[in-house]
Design a binder for this molecule. Structure first.
Ligand code: NAP
Length: 416
């Protein structure tokens, strides 16, 4: 075992507090960061420069982020002989807000994925992924601005719970014979078997968060996406529990789509959120063909994974897709793509995903002015047809710049 990582708190920085459901954010808050593996250091450097510049531009020195590094992934393994040191988890529990670059999935060693482990150990049960187009970004669809959704993906259950047994293993054989002999199934010999648990508890707390966020942000609808026509007691139950929590906790502020038409003639009353549901396969068409009919979308883990990447493609791809993993108190913001090892250390890739995750972080702190400054600066940078390679290759006449040069352009545009 290596030595434990020490947290270096910048002088004068103070912890973010949490009480009665509210964050209290000092003017110089401690915010944790994990720079990440592969392309992580490149995109983190760019992101930190942009966030610091935006905070300075918005608050002129009255507010400042106190960055404190924590370790996970290869850097933690090299320095402390642990992929995910306890001290890292402890720091996140203490300081509540962090941002991370992508992490390599260790091969062997008992960890399925560091990201999945982080989400499960810290009970970061909601993965929030806003998907909206930023002016100037090349897109494969004609009207990318019509897609403006926030995906709420359940983060702790479903096939991601990691309960699966290899074909031919004693566990799989034991389970197969139990299911075949006692539960009337007929699973073939030499089958890998995975288990897909979805609970009422986890579904209701996710959907409640999605509805509350729709109410807080004035969004029109929450759509429950599921494959309940086939998987009735998991995906179908997700839909039923979603409607149930809307009735139990939000009866005055939600209506169903059926009520919208039968009682309100299709006109949504002010301050009310419409709860609707769609079958997952149909939803993949809907986001392409009728994107402006959707606002907040709540899904179980696996479908949420698929839909968020597919939707991100409509607004510029993974390089532009931010995300956050959020529990009751803790929030960890993250680039949604991986470590892209072939580009590691080349100062080449798009830092947009992590920068936009930084925008979410600033909004989470209640520093909306700084968040807006970044989005405006990105728009100006894209209007100037300045892109990293991934977006430049989708557009004629674009200037291709490195990760660091892109960040410099954005910083120059912060106060333009
Ligand atoms: P990936 O790292 O996301 O990269 C796949 C491709 O996506 C890249 O080759 C590149 O496409 C494009 N891409 C990714 N990030 C980009 C960026 N910032 N700017 C521009 N293009 C970008 O996926 P992977 O190669 O399948 O996974 C590599 C490692 O990352 C694995 O160890 C995996 O487990 C891990 N991973 C981590 C996370 C996380 O930490 N949240 C998420 C997913 C995967 P082109 O080749 O077309 O240029």
């Amino acid at each position: 075992m290596g030595r434990a990582p020490q947290l270096e708190i910048p002088p004068g920085a103070e912890p973010i507090g949490f009480s009665e459901g509210q964050l209290s954010v000092p003017s110089h808050p401690i915010v944790l960061f994990i720079e990440g593996d592969g392309i992580g250091p490149d995109i983190w450097r760019a992101t930190r420069t942009v966030i610091d510049g935006a905070v300075e531009a918005a608050y002129g020195g009255e507010r400042r982020v106190g960055w404190a590094e924590i370790f996970a992934g290869e850097k933690a393994h090299d320095r402390f002989a642990s992929w995910l040191p306890d001290a890292t988890l402890e720091a996140i529990r203490t300081y509540l807000v962090g941002i991370k670059g992508p992490l390599t999935t260790p091969v062997g060693g008992g960890i399925r994925s560091l990201n999945v482990t982080l989400r499960q150990v810290l009970d970061l049960y909601t993965c929030i992924r806003p998907v909206r187009w930023i002016r100037g970004v090349p897109s494969p669809v004609h009207e990318p601005h019509k897609l403006d959704v926030v995906i709420y993906r359940e983060n702790t259950e479903d096939v991601y719970a990691g309960i699966e047994f290899a074909a031919g293993s004693p566990e799989a054989e034991k389970l197969r014979s139990f299911l075949n002999n006692e539960m009337g199934t007929s699973i073939r010999e030499y089958s890998g078997i995975g288990i897909k648990p979805l609970s009422e508890f986890a579904t209701k707390r996710l959907v409640a968060k999605a509805i509350q966020s729709a109410l807080d942000s004035g969004r029109a609808s929450v759509t429950l996406v599921h494959k309940g026509n086939i998987m009735k007691f998991t995906e179908g139950a997700f839909r039923d529990w979603g409607y149930e929590i809307a009735r139990e906790r939000f009866s005055d502020t939600t209506i169903t789509e059926e009520q919208l038409w039968s009682e309100y003639g299709g006109r949504r009353p002010d301050g009310v959120v419409v709860i609707k549901d769609r079958i997952a396969d149909a939803m993949f068409q809907q986001v392409l063909l009728r994107p402006d009919e959707y606002d907040i979308i709540a899904l179980p883990n696996l479908n949420g994974d698929y839909l968020s990447d597919a939707a991100a493609a409509q607004v510029g791809g993974l390089g532009m897709a931010p995300g956050a993993n959020v529990g009751d108190e803790i929030a960890v913001f993250e680039a949604t793509h991986g470590t892209a090892p072939k580009y590691a250390g080349q100062d080449k890739v798009n830092p947009g995903s992590l920068i936009l995750s930084g925008v979410m972080l600033l909004e989470h702190l209640g520093w909306g002015e700084a968040a807006t400054v970044i989005v405006r600066a990105l728009e100006r940078t894209f209007d100037q047809k300045t892109f990293t390679y991934d977006l430049a290759r989708q557009m004629h006449g674009a200037t291709t710049v490195s990760t660091s040069a892109f960040a410099e352009r954005v910083v120059a545009n912060l106060s333009a």
